[in-house]
Write a protein that binds this ligand. Structure first.
Ligand SMILES: CC/C=C\C/C=C\C/C=C\C/C=C\CCC(=O)SCCNC(=O)CCNC(=O)[C@H](O)C(C)(C)COP(=O)(O)OP(=O)(O)OC[C@H]1O[C@@H](n2cnc3c(N)ncnc32)[C@H](O)[C@@H]1OP(=O)(O)O
Ligand SMILES: Cc1cc2nc3c(=O)[nH]c(=O)nc-3n(C[C@H](O)[C@H](O)[C@H](O)COP(=O)(O)OP(=O)(O)OC[C@H]3O[C@@H](n4cnc5c(N)ncnc54)[C@H](O)[C@@H]3O)c2cc1C
Length: 664
């Protein structure tokens, strides 16, 4: 029934103040106000309609993305929205497009790697969108291995120019978002060559298309790389290819904040670590962690509301059937995902702090925390995006058959989200960076250099290698120090086992290659420890609002104990817990599920998502699922006529067994 809240009973059960939780989820009252206002603005503007996306052709979808993006920019200008409001507008618009790469990578690359003069020149154009930029790093032959890029930028002292060239087919740039059809400019990563010497990969600002008629400049071949996974979904983005044929750019278009080429062609490397050329990726990986919580929360919101609406079995004497959310199996699959969404939110907040801190230090030429910032952004990007992709798919299954319908919102969410496991660094490759960092930290134990930050626990190696968990009863698993000790001991013991096995090899690199799978697992254990410890830090801090802290505590322990359950092999094989303690953890988990159950719908309401943003018939705020499923079905073009096109051509001859031209 229209106007009736079918989930009202669920909402009445909540034992906490949802409005207070909304503030915690958003991060502050101000952040909540901005999100709330902008999401409602987008939801009510017909230009941002998105329900028809799956049925659009690629060309229609692309043009629709241009329309929405330019309209969003017009609104940002006309209403003088702040940067924060502009970002929210793009998020709630919910359609991947060139704006993401222009603002998310092109502008940050110039800010991070350009000199002051370069910033003044290029940012004044980019900030007004008089030029549109993308981030062209990946090539057909190399994405993960950035040092393996083949595009060259050779300095020509005669003309004071760089000659950009793609020497092989595999050196073609391939994948950059916004490159295929829209961008006028790119930050291109290429091998810098001066006086015949290769100085490795550096960034260059390159104009690609005419600012008058948008045609590619002579010496440039450019286009879209074609359809990607799913209908609609990421196909709104023009991921592109690009080849240079001896294309010339002025010398001052090399991004020269970190190293320079003089008029004479002399290469001057600064004394900063060369890895700062990867700075834009570090900054984006940090934002991807918060985005993971957002994507997972969307899926969980849909699955939770629908699980409360959906009923199957359990009817006695013709009475009402059981809500599927009451099945313990449903809770065991759904509530850890709900807890993960909150966990990723809080670790994302912390990572933002860490990133801000390292940025300030770098400005003061303090590089000490750079390796840790790299390891944390890489590891948490990897861990949270893998868990979120799996989680969205699990939410689809939690919604049964209807979850497979496009209008559930889950297929498209999955199709848009899943490349996050690959872009901005393949998730396995990134965990191997964490593993290298851990092996280095372990090798320095006992050297007098105390591990700091997220590896500080390794400084207590003596204790953590010997200790036995003190858990004796199920409630002990609600003791933060017991939970932390189990995770620390598991992570440390896995890292030390890897280090011991590595030391058996004469050649360390060969050993590393042999042990890759174990190293990835050790890295994941370390990342999970970070997430658990940041969630615990959150619930131990000040939290306002009636009943809010209690709910967050429940979610925190669900997050930790479900990981313990899922990775029980690790915990048992490292003797971090005994089988009896593991079974107490399962007992405690069941009790926590019962406590979360009456609050589940309110906990997803706290995300404050509009129906427009969710884009899901199953996840509607009012729970009015069945009539709306019918409405959606009737909108399908196949239902435009009762007798389908093709009846006379195929169906009728078939059932009449009358095939005029067929030789049977
Ligand atoms: C509304 C929307 C709003 C905004 C949208 C915002 C953004 C867009 C959203 C989504 C993104 C969309 C598209 C994605 C775009 C892309 O995908 S861009 C391309 C991304 N590409 C990658 O991520 C490539 C991955 N590969 C690498 O990063 C590197 O090649 C590597 C780290 C795997 C290896 O690098 P090497 O130079 O070979 O290093 P190494 O030999 O392994 O290590 C040497 C030492 O350097 C340290 N190190 C490596 N990287 C870094 C770093 N980034 N920072 C600091 N230090 C680093 C490494 O740890 C080694 O240290 P040692 O102490 O061991 O020597
Ligand atoms: C939707 C999307 C958008 C993108 N946008 C951009 C963009 O805007 N700009 C841009 O420059 N790039 C972009 N990319 C490219 C992206 O960054 C790369 O695809 C990514 O870095 C992975 O690199 P790859 O494709 O070379 O994978 P590969 O490295 O070829 O990975 C293939 C397999 O090999 C494994 N593997 C590779 N190396 C190792 C190793 N050392 N040890 C163990 N296993 C290994 C991986 O785990 C993976 O299973 C985008 C990609 C996608 C999918």
């Amino acid at each position: 029934m229209e106007g009736v809240d079918h989930l009202a009973d669920e909402r009445n059960k909540a034992e906490f103040n949802v409005d207070d939780m909304k503030i915690i989820w958003a991060g502050s009252r101000h952040a909540f106000d901005v999100s709330n206002r902008i999401s409602r603005f987008v939801a009510t503007d017909p230009v941002f309609e998105k329900s028809n996306r799956a049925l659009m052709t690629r060309k229609e979808l692309f043009k629709n993305t241009l329309k929405k993006s330019v309209y969003a920019w017009k609104i940002i200008k006309e209403l003088r929205l702040s940067d924060e409001e502009g970002i929210k507008l793009r998020i709630f618009m919910d359609q991947p497009g060139f704006l993401d790469l222009h603002w998310g990578m092109f502008v940050p690359a110039i800010k991070g790697q350009g000199t002051e003069e370069q910033q003044q020149k290029w940012l004044s154009l980019a900030n007004k969108m008089q030029i549109i930029g993308c981030y062209a790093q990946t090539e057909l032959g190399h994405g993960s291995n950035v040092q393996g890029l083949e595009t060259t930028a050779t300095f020509d002292p005669k003309t004071d120019q760089f000659i950009m060239h793609s020497p092989t087919q595999t050196s073609s740039k391939w994948w950059p978002g916004g490159l295929g059809k829209v961008s006028t400019h790119a930050v291109v990563y290429a091998r810098l060559i001066t006086n015949g010497k290769d100085h490795g990969v550096h960034g260059f600002i390159v104009q690609l298309r005419s600012l008058d008629d948008h045609s590619p400049l002579p010496g440039i071949t450019i286009g879209d790389i074609g359809m990607k996974f799913g209908n609609g979904a990421y196909n709104s983005m023009d991921n592109g290819f690009l080849m240079f044929n001896q294309f010339r750019i002025p010398r001052d278009q090399m991004l020269m904040r970190l190293s320079k080429v003089t008029r004479e062609g002399k290469y001057i490397a600064s004394d900063v670590p060369r890895q700062l050329v990867y700075g834009t990726m570090v900054s984006v990986r940090q934002t991807i962690v918060s985005k993971a919580s957002d994507a997972l929360a969307r899926a969980v919101c849909i699955a939770t509301r629908y699980s409360a609406v959906r009923r199957q079995f359990g009817s006695e004497n013709g009475g009402i059937e059981t809500q599927v959310i009451d099945y313990k199996t449903q809770q065991n699959r759904l509530f850890p995902l709900l807890a993960s969404a909150y966990a990723f939110r809080f670790v994302g907040e912390w990572l933002k702090w860490l990133y801000t801190d390292v940025t300030q230090r770098l400005e003061a030429s303090d590089f000490v925390t750079l390796p840790e910032a790299h390891a944390c952004t890489a590891g948490l990007k990897s861990m949270t995006t893998s868990a979120t992709s799996d989680g969205i798919e699990e939410c689809r299954k939690l919604c049964g058959g209807h979850g497979y319908l496009w209008c559930s919102g889950l297929p498209e969410l999955f199709a848009v989200y899943v490349p996050a496991c690959t872009y901005e660094g393949d998730n396995v490759v990134l965990q191997l960076q964490v593993a290298r960092f851990l092996m280095k930290t372990v090798s320095q134990l006992g050297s007098g250099k105390a591990p700091a930050g997220t590896t500080a626990y390794m400084g207590r190696a003596q204790h953590l290698l010997q200790c036995r968990s003190g858990v004796q009863k199920a409630e002990d698993w609600l003791n933060p120090s017991m939970v932390l000790e189990a995770f620390e001991s598991r992570a440390l013991r896995m890292a030390i086992t890897c280090a011991k096995n590595l030391s058996k090899f004469e050649n360390q690199e060969q050993g590393f290659s042999e042990l890759l799978a174990d190293l990835v697992e050790a890295a994941i254990a370390h990342c999970q420890l970070i997430v658990v410890s940041k969630f615990i830090a959150k619930i131990e801090g000040e939290i306002e609002g009636k009943g809010v802290k209690k709910q967050l505590k429940n979610l925190c322990y669900i997050y930790a104990l479900h990981l313990l359950h899922k990775h029980l092999g690790d915990f048992l094989s490292t003797n971090s817990v005994t089988p009896e303690q593991a079974s107490l953890a399962s007992h405690q988990l069941r009790s926590l599920y019962s406590q979360v159950r009456p609050n589940a719908v309110a906990l997803v309401d706290a995300f404050d998502y509009t129906d427009h943003y969710l884009g899901s018939v199953l996840g509607r705020y009012d729970g009015n699922v069945y009539p709306k499923l019918f409405e959606e079905a009737l909108k399908d073009p196949l239902n435009d006529s009762v007798v389908p096109d093709g009846y006379h051509e195929y169906i009728r001859p078939l059932i009449k067994q009358n095939f005029p031209s067929a030789k049977l």
